[in-house]
Design a protein around this ligand. Sequence first.
Ligand SMILES: [Fe+2]
Length: 179
Amino acid sequence: MPDSFYIEPVQPVLRHFVEDFRNIVARDGGTAALMPNLRSATERLLLDPSWIDETFRKPVPGTTATWAVYRSQDPDLCIFTMVVPPAGATKVHNHLTSGWVGLVQGAQIERKYARRDDGSRPGYAKLELISADPIRLGELTPLEHPHHDIHQVLTASAEASVSLHVLCNDPWQRGVAVL
Ligand SMILES: [Fe+2]
């Protein structure tokens, strides 16, 4: 196993998930089975989300907060929570990878976008809003690079919304702007 960075104390359910994740990627990487099997593993991780304690649910007034839960050295796996204050919204953004997001507190609206230009103009993207759907507590939503990877998330509850992200790379180590 590559070097890993857990936030202590590490919950057993999280250690099991990381093992599951590596086995699934080794077995199903590059196949159609990858996303459904990662979804099942993420569902097991969130069956009882009480291990995601206040450390990972803390809002930062006026902005979107992200709290790292686990990062691998590779970087092939990054787990973090995203906390969006009441009435707040993320920027429209992409992730440059695939993964799953599960809502563990509050309620959200997810706006999905499709890119309509050819990417030839640096710093420019023509985007079209293709859907806006409510996300309920416990619901999992996919991120699938490159075609279903651009979205914006808005909090639709009186309390801050908290979602757990499981991504197949580490956006901070790769210098990708996540939010
Ligand atoms: Fe996102």
